[in-house]
Every structure is written in C-alpha cells, then in structure tokens.
Design a protein around this ligand. Structure first.
Ligand code: ATP
Ligand code: MG
Length: 423
C-alpha cells in the first residue's frame, strides 16, 4: 500500500486531457455572460447544516454521500456535495435580493460525494452550475433548458436529450403523496429494503429506485403530473410550449424525480446515450421554497448543474477533440552568451503571445533539433556562436523547412513579423 497515491475516487486531470475541459469552460462562460449571468465563487467547505437542511435529511446525498467531519473546535463541517445550497446561503447571507431580487449566477468548481467510484462517478467531481433567483415565470425555466441545449450544441453534442417533469407544489403534492403511499403500502412485500425505508422518510424517492423489482412494482405508480394543480399545470404547459417554439427537443418524463428534496414544479435532466449507466450529464429544477427555508424572504429560484467530468467523457466518446496547442517557437541557443540573450528574447516573445521555449541544458544542436521536433514547434530559432558573431540568426519554418536569416539586434520584432505573415 503506497501512501503517496491519490485517494480512491479522486483523480488528477492531466495536461494531456485538459484541453476539452478548457474548451467547455470557455464556451460555458461566454454563453453565461451573454445571457446575463454573473460569476460567483463559493467555498468548498460549509457548515453541515447548510446541506442537510436544503438537500434534505432523507436523501442519498445527506444520508450516505457527504464528507462530514468535525473541525478542531468540534463544529460539524461538510465538503460541498453540490453548489445550489451554498449559492442560496450566499444570496441570503449577503441580502443580494435587497436592491433587486432578480439575480443570475454561475459557478464552476469541485463537488464531493462519497459514492462508489466508477466511470462517470467520482468522489471529487466538477460541476458547472447556474441559478436564477427572483423569477417565478415559466419563461426562465424554458430559458435555462434552452441555454443548456445551446451549450451542448456549441460543443457539437447532439445525442443529448432533455427529460422534463413537473413535481408540483405544496398545494398539489399532498394528494399525490397520499396516492403514492397507498400504492407503496399495497406493494410493500415487493419493495427493496431501501424503498421500505423511503416509504416512511421520503416516498417520492421510491420512484427513482434502480432495483428492477421496485421498478416493476411501481410501474403503475401515480405520478406528480396526474395531480398537478391548475397553476402548476399551466406553468408546465408554458415551459413545454416555449421549448417547442424554440425547437428544443425534450421528452416529458413523468418518472423523473431528482435526488434532492428542494425541487418544486419543473425538474429536468439532460441525458446521453453514450455513457452507459451514468446517463445524466446535467440536472436541475425549480426550488421556489428554498430561499425562505434557508432564512431569506419568499423568493422563487431555479437552477441546474452540469456534470463537468461526464460532459468531457461524452465528448471523448464522440471523439470531439480540442486543438492541441503546439509550440510556436523553440529557441536553440548554443553557448552562455547566446543563452543569456535567448532568455530575454523568449520572455519578450511570451509577452507578445508567442508560445516559446528555450532549453538551458547546454545540449548539442542535433539533440535540440530533435527536441523541437518532439515538442511540435512551428519555428526554430538557431542562435549559435557563429550566428551571433555574424549577426545572422536562423529562423527555420519547421513545416516548409524554409530558413530566413534575421539580425541578432532585435530578433523579437522580426519573429513577430514572420508570425503575422504566416499565421
Ligand atoms: P446521478 O443520478 O448520476 O447520481 P445526481 O442526480 O446525483 O446524478 P445531481 O445532484 O443532479 O446528480 O448533479 C448534477 C450532475 O452532476 C449529474 O447529472 C451528473 O452529471 C453529475 N454528477 C453527480 N454526481 C457525480 C459524481 N459522483 N461523479 C461525477 N459526476 C457526478
Ligand atoms: Mg447521485
């Protein structure tokens, strides 16, 4: 057992895999900014209460997945398993609703859940999270789903489908729950031990059970859609109408219930067919009661979280690649004087946006040419003692093998010029 190894379920995202992450992040940020969202950065550690209260005591996340520990003074702290709770905590704590309740935020960062690690499921994973506070209208529900759809299409992903459902509100949910409880009672012999427990603590979660026997027993279970009140029904109809109008494909999925307690009305998931079992790439929904429950005023809200790791995995499965950034220029400086000059040239070039490297190890021209090749350099600048003495450095285009001679007095300007001409 090697203690200098990474923790199970955690992983390093290595430079050779980072390009897709950067591409997704760039597209997401551009889109969010265009749609009027502001970035917010939140801590990864919060008081346990922040998550237990919001996500719900009887959810899988709070019951079995959180990293919770006492700090040195005994306060109970938790590594955030998701971002919405912290987002609401911050919105309330800073009274961000005071000047105008309508606020739109996004945040990107790591989340922690102690689940069984497997492909698409990690103990530290990343989410891209967006939330809209202060709007009850169904237009923003449609807008968020539209936004997700647009992001995925900009990333070239077409096998993703939005599944949407409505979970109702405190007016219509009790009737639904009564009907569901009746059914659970009548089928209790067939349910798994988890569902027997959920029957008491969190009946809605039984509809999301993955055990085949439970699925079979609950095939005919009542759904929230059958019980929607007039307002919730109208809200859901508007969401669907607007999505159709904007050509966003979706599936009305009455079995979609989501794993967190705070959702009301619209709930949605974006699912893929290319990842096998871990099919949800993003999930979200409306949580109109949560701001108040966490000590704020009665302000509605809605949001989503994209599973960043899974999104990248879908892109990898579809062989979407981001351009690998190659080296623009490799400086071959031979001898101490040339190396000193080469160092200043290289920093000047870096400042001018040219990705350039120099090797300080005093290797031979042949070895350095080999390294330039390996690094995929577009150009090589050769500055040997002879070139410096004759004031004629060699700039070689590695693709065309064309060589030009440039003065050693101000090679930076000439190199920038050559780049402007050829790229
Ligand atoms: P799942 O049903 O796959 O467990 P979830 O409902 O628990 O997902 P959410 O809380 O809705 O997930 O989080 C939003 C997204 O974050 C998910 O759709 C998924 O893409 C991603 N996600 C959740 N848990 C993990 C994890 N352990 N590792 C990697 N990605 C995850
Ligand atoms: Mg989960």
């Amino acid at each position: 057992m090697n203690n200098m190894q990474i923790i199970r379920g955690f992983r390093d995202i290595l430079p050779e895999n980072i390009k897709l992450w950067q591409k997704v992040e760039k597209e997401a940020k551009e889109l969010f900014e265009d749609f009027g969202f502001d970035e917010i950065r939140l801590p990864v550690l919060e008081k346990t209460e922040v998550f237990a209260r919001s996500i719900g005591e009887a959810t899988d996340i709070v019951e079995k997945e959180m990293y919770t520990f006492p700090d040195r003074k005994g306060d109970k702290l938790t590594l955030r398993p998701e971002a919405t709770a912290s987002m609401v905590r911050a919105y309330v704590q800073h009274k961000m609703y005071a000047s105008d309740p309508v606020r739109k935020f996004y945040t990107i960062g790591p989340m922690f859940r102690r689940e069984r690690p497997q492909k698409g499921r990690y103990r530290q994973f990343y989410q891209i999270d967006a939330e809209i506070f202060g709007v009850e209208s169904a237009y923003v529900d449609a807008n968020l789903i539209f936004l997700l759809n647009e992001l995925f299409s900009r990333l070239g992903l077409s096998d993703l489908k939005a599944h949407i459902n409505s979970l109702g509100c405190p007016d219509c949910r009790p009737d639904f729950q009564k009907a569901l409880l009746n059914l659970l009672e009548s089928k209790k012999e067939e349910l798994c031990p988890d569902c027997i427990r959920r029957k008491e603590s969190n009946p809605l979660r039984t509809l999301d059970c993955k055990v085949p026997q439970c699925k079979e027993a609950l095939k005919e279970a009542p759904t929230t859609l059958d019980f929607l009140c007039k307002e919730c029904h109208g809200h859901f109809e508007t969401v669907k109408r607007v999505l159709k109008q904007q050509n966003v494909e979706f599936i009305e999925d009455k079995t979609l219930v989501r794993g967190l307690d705070y959702y009301t009305r619209t709930a949605f998931e974006i699912q893929t067919t290319s990842l096998g079992a871990q099919s949800a790439v993003a999930g979200g929904g409306r949580y109109d009661l949560l701001v108040k429950e966490m000590g704020g005023p009665d302000i509605p809200a809605i949001g989503f979280a994209i599973g960043f790791d899974r999104l990248v995995e879908v892109m990898e499965a579809l062989e979407k690649s981001a351009d690998k950034q190659l080296l623009d220029l490799f400086i071959i400086a031979l001898g101490d004087a040339a190396t000193e000059k080469g160092y200043y040239w290289s920093t000047d070039l870096n400042l001018k946006g040219i990705r350039c490297e120099i090797d300080y190890r005093g290797k031979s021209l042949k070895a350095l040419m080999k390294r330039a090749d390996k690094l995929g350099a577009k150009y090589v600048l050769i500055a040997g003692e002879k070139e410096i003495k004759e004031n004629a450095l060699i700039l070689r285009n590695m693709n065309t093998r064309e060589q030009i001679s440039i003065s050693a007095d101000n090679p930076v300007a000439d190199i920038v010029g050559a780049f402007k001409k050829n790229n």
